[in-house]
Design a protein around this ligand. Structure first.
Ligand SMILES: [Zn+2]
Ligand SMILES: [Zn+2]
Length: 293
């Protein structure tokens, strides 16, 4: 066991569950992080193995030993709660409800979901998303919170701008989502690509002000800490290693040291792991260098 007190921040990364869900804690130990994100199942298909008792027990045990409780589950890639197609929507909704239940059993407090693609039918997309939220709030376990992640502004997505997130929050509150059950995951790369310029501390501060007015920063419960490969406003979801992208080190230094938000919620790296190049360990080293002790 290692001391978690060495960090002011909840500093973590998306880690692998290869070999078993509990192996995520081994990865966390190797990286010396005090929070992490996982896919609780194969993220690439619709099919997955149901949770068995042994998996739950091993996970609980490893969780207790590590002292890590800020754990984030990311929804698999295929579900699209905005889908205008009834069959795809139903599959997406089923996947979401299953994930909430898996996280209840595993004691994982945060489920991050992408808001999704409306495929050229925005009205239908919003309607689908509302139904998905409604169904989720009907069954959401008391120990789990659903977090909608801001989009990077790719074609036909919703949930990129502060205005969109404000609309989502109002919708959620209208149908039973409260501060215990619903919030947001804020991805720095997505925000920047989506038109909120984060390339200098001043601009980052202005952007955060806009999100504060729209949703209140206290509704942000997880940060995806990613630099961006593409320029601000590009609408391209391309993550880059911290300091190597168009957001840059000065902005991350400011964000980590000067905002309460960065000191309160899990900071999860989803930066590229490059063959023969950088990996999470390098990004963590950079972050630890710029965090003032
Ligand atoms: Zn993300
Ligand atoms: Zn992304």
């Amino acid at each position: 066991m290692y001391s978690l007190n060495a960090f002011v921040h909840y500093l973590g990364a998306h880690v692998s569950i290869a070999g078993g869900l509990y192996k995520a804690f081994n990865e966390a130990r190797k990286l010396e992080i005090n929070t992490f994100q996982v896919f609780t199942r194969n993220p690439r298909g619709w099919k997955f193995k149901p949770l068995d008792e042994e998996t739950i027990v091993k996970f609980e045990q490893a969780k207790k030993e590590s002292g890590i409780d800020k754990i984030v589950s990311h929804m698999p890639y295929l579900p699209n709660p905005c889908s205008p197609d009834p069959e795809q929507f139903q599959k997406s909704l089923d996947a979401l409800l299953v994930e909430l239940e898996r996280c209840r059993k595993l004691g994982i407090p945060f489920v991050v979901m992408h808001i999704g693609h409306h495929k050229g039918k925005p009205e239908k997309g919003w309607e689908s998303f509302k139904i998905a939220l409604e169904k989720a709030f009907e069954v959401i376990p008391s120990n789990v919170m659903l977090l909608a992640e801001n989009s990077a502004g790719e074609k036909n997505t919703i949930g990129t701008t502060p205005e969109d997130l404000q609309k989502i929050l109002a919708m959620a509150e209208d149908i039973g989502g409260d501060a215990q059950s619903f919030g947001f995951c804020f991805d720095t790369c997505h925000a920047h690509a989506g038109g909120a310029d984060l390339s200098t501390p001043e601009k980052f501060a202005e952007a955060l002000d806009r999100f504060e007015s729209a949703i209140g920063l206290s509704r942000i419960q997880v940060i995806h800490l990613n630099d961006a490969k593409a320029p601000y406003g590009s609408g391209l979801d391309r993550h880059e290693n911290i300091g190597d992208g168009t957001i840059g080190l000065d902005s991350f230094r400011w964000f980590l040291n000067e905002t309460d938000l960065a000191k309160q919620v899990p900071l999860i790296l989803e930066t590229p792991i490059k063959k023969g190049g950088k990996s999470h360990i390098d990004d963590l080293r950079v972050l630890r260098q710029i965090i003032r002790k």
